[in-house]
Design a binder for this molecule. Structure first.
Ligand code: ITT
Length: 187
């Protein structure tokens, strides 16, 4: 049985497929669930997956994944506003905001929320991952979103293949735990 990923982001689907290629396919479902404003990424993802699972209306489990980038020198900005800031300012301007800072440390966080059981009152499991890096001038053509300005160990995430990015990224870490859990818990 496929695992169903509710997301509008093709980059996330490409990364998730690496973890399930041998076992089961990842099926993308487009449903624009509400992302509430909240400090806790787990809370945002949990509410989102409950809404999506209830709206889709069958009892085949689904998962969502929410991420954010927090830049230390900017007090954790853009945090929960990461998607909005990418759309409005763009990553080049985010780089310009921190270019003159001495500390350019940042962290990506990812939470996967998986819903199963009764769509009206589902069981929800969450899996997290994070990675620390440095904000740099944009480099690289791969990945998506903030990848060109997020450097880890001398390389931006946009300079890595999907496989290489997964091995170190916030989402890769969450996906690894999730895939293991799925392998243990599903028929
Ligand atoms: P969904 O449909 O799954 O919600 P989205 O692109 O809106 O897709 P998020 O809200 O989780 O995803 O993402 C928040 C922002 O962080 C958004 O601007 C993404 O492009 C960016 N982002 C998420 N993961 C990233 C990654 O691995 N590398 C670079 N940027 C990332």
């Amino acid at each position: 049985m496929p695992v169903r990923f509710v997301t509008g982001n093709e980059g996330k689907v490409r990364e998730a497929r690496e973890y399930f290629a041998d076992v089961e396919a990842v099926e993308q479902i487009q449903y624009d669930y509400a992302e509430i404003q909240h400090d806790s990424l787990a809370e945002i993802a949990t509410r989102g997956v409950r809404e999506a699972y209830a709206a889709i209306g069958d009892d085949i489990p689904v998962f969502v994944e929410d991420s954010e980038l927090a830049i230390e020198a900017l007090g954790g900005f853009p945090g929960p506003y990461s998607a909005y800031v990418e759309d409005t300012l763009g990553i080049e301007r985010v780089w310009e905001l921190v270019a003159d800072e001495e500390r350019r440390r940042a962290r990506f966080r990812s939470v996967i929320a998986y819903a199963s059981g009764d769509p009206a009152d589902p069981d929800v499991e969450t899996f997290t991952g994070s990675v620390a890096g440095t904000i740099v001038a944009p480099r690289g053509e791969g990945g998506f979103g903030y990848d060109p300005i997020f450097e880890y160990n001398g390389t931006t995430m946009a300079e890595l293949s999907t496989e290489e990015k997964n091995a170190i990224s916030h989402r890769g870490r969450a996906l690894e735990k999730f895939a293991e859990w799925v392998a243990e818990h599903r028929d």
